[in-house]
Design a protein around this ligand. Structure first.
Ligand code: AP5
Length: 217
């Protein structure tokens, strides 16, 4: 049996943090369109160059590009299910995902809405850094590395801050979220797929809430 879960929430809500925990031991695959777009930039593809400034400014990349990325992953990945992290972000993307899964004889099984206060998002984003090697996510105050400058998980010293994690870009990212992504809350509520969780809780508590949702599906 497959299980496909969408993590829905504003920038900094904790989608990436929780997606990494959800896939552990379950064989599920995390599909983060943000990570895919950053990989395209790092490898210098034409598409990567095209989206670099858009992402730095905090705007959404076109539906055509991100739907293409997801389509390719779904067609080429054999997995018992997917955790969609940062996708869909528009109604067009939500419709496209529904059609893609339908074509595979699958569906969206649940949408977890991570609810976090706007003020906390700013705090989370401005303190975030990530391991460039394994992708582990850290925070200056709430989750620093045990040894300064060294990733707890893989030992890499390649710890990075994202170019879009600045005050101006975050303002745009939040506006994009409220204008284009938040309508998905109503869309999935109407379909009976929405499961809100308190994203203001501690990371372990949020994970426990997610577990409860997964078990209920
Ligand atoms: P993307 O990479 O998806 O960024 P985002 O949605 O803005 O989300 P973030 O990665 O910033 O936050 P998160 O919710 O994963 O939080 P995290 O776990 O890191 O997208 C980047 C850009 O790519 C977009 O702006 C757009 O340009 C483009 N893009 C991507 N997908 C697209 C799409 N589908 N369509 C069009 N364009 C697209 O946590 C944040 C911090 O908080 C960390 O430091 C963490 O340690 C800390 N933290 C996490 N949980 C907690 C907690 N419970 N308590 C305290 N601290 C916590």
């Amino acid at each position: 049996m497959t299980v496909n879960i969408i993590l829905l929430g504003p920038p900094g809500a904790g989608k990436g943090t929780q997606a990494r925990r959800m896939v552990e031991g379950r064989g599920l695959v995390q599909l983060s369109t943000g990570d895919m777009l950053r990989e395209a930039q790092a490898s210098g593809t034409e598409m990567g160059k095209l989206v670099a400034q858009v992402m730095k400014d905090g705007k959404l990349v076109t539906d055509e590009i991100v739907i293409g990325l997801i389509r390719e992953k779904l067609e080429n990945t054999d997995a018992p299910g997917f955790i969609f992290d940062g996708f869909p972000r528009t109604l067009a993307q939500a419709d496209a995902l529904g059609s893609l899964l339908d074509g595979m004889g699958q569906k969206v099984d649940g949408v977890i809405e991570m609810q976090v206060d706007d003020a906390a998002l700013v705090e989370r984003i401005s303190g975030r850094y990530t391991c460039g090697n394994c992708g582990e996510v850290y925070h200056d105050t709430t989750k620093p590395t045990k040894v300064e400058g060294v990733c707890d998980v893989c030992g890499s010293t390649d710890l990075r801050r994202r170019p879009d994690d600045n005050a101006d870009s975050l303002k745009t990212r939040l506006l994009e979220y409220y204008k284009k992504t938040s309508p998905l809350i109503g869309y999935y509520y109407a379909k009976g797929d929405l499961h809100p969780v308190d994203g203001m809780a501690e990371v372990d508590d949020v994970e426990a809430q997610m577990e409860t949702v997964l078990k209920s599906l």
